[in-house]
Write a new protein. Structure first.
Length: 149
């Protein structure tokens, strides 16, 4: 399996408001950057979209180390999702899971694409070069959503 290091981040100017997502993929000496955004969204949706876009970009099963600064996404995919699925995409308080469509898309990518994923949380805006680049790409995504690029 190819080893891939991924950094993802989401950004939102207002919450809700215009938002962007950014991805930095690294495999050996190769590097790829992805970004995009939406005019009206939330920070959590952009954090999720960044991971979805990153995993979608992988064309074959990979050994992935995925760095993200979102505990919402990390805990959601590694802990909470099992309960949500068992409860028909409802929370413990029986409310519908927010962003359920994205969670279902991410779940399919995680369980069906054959990747081995090591989910690693990194503190945002703390100088980690990969996270800082993903953040810059997410902000570029906001600019794209607003028609500035």
């Amino acid at each position: 399996m190819n080893k891939v290091v991924i950094y993802t981040d989401g950004a939102c100017k207002g919450n809700p408001g215009p938002g962007g997502w950014g991805v930095l993929l690294q495999a050996g000496s190769a590097q790829k950057e992805l970004f995009g955004g939406e005019r009206e969204t939330t920070n959590n949706r952009m954090e999720l979209q960044a991971v979805i876009e990153a995993l979608t970009a992988l064309k074959r099963p990979c050994d992935v180390t995925l760095y993200l600064d979102s505990q919402y996404v990390r805990k959601g995919i590694t802990e909470w999702i099992h309960s949500w699925k068992a409860k028909g995409w409802r929370t413990a308080s029986k409310d519908p899971v927010k962003n359920a469509e994205q969670w279902q898309q991410l779940d399919a990518l995680v369980s069906g694409a054959g990747h081995r994923i090591d989910w690693r949380w990194v503190k945002g805006h703390a100088g980690d070069p990969g996270n800082e680049r993903a953040d810059a790409l997410a902000n570029k995504g906001v600019d794209k959503a607003l028609g500035r690029l």
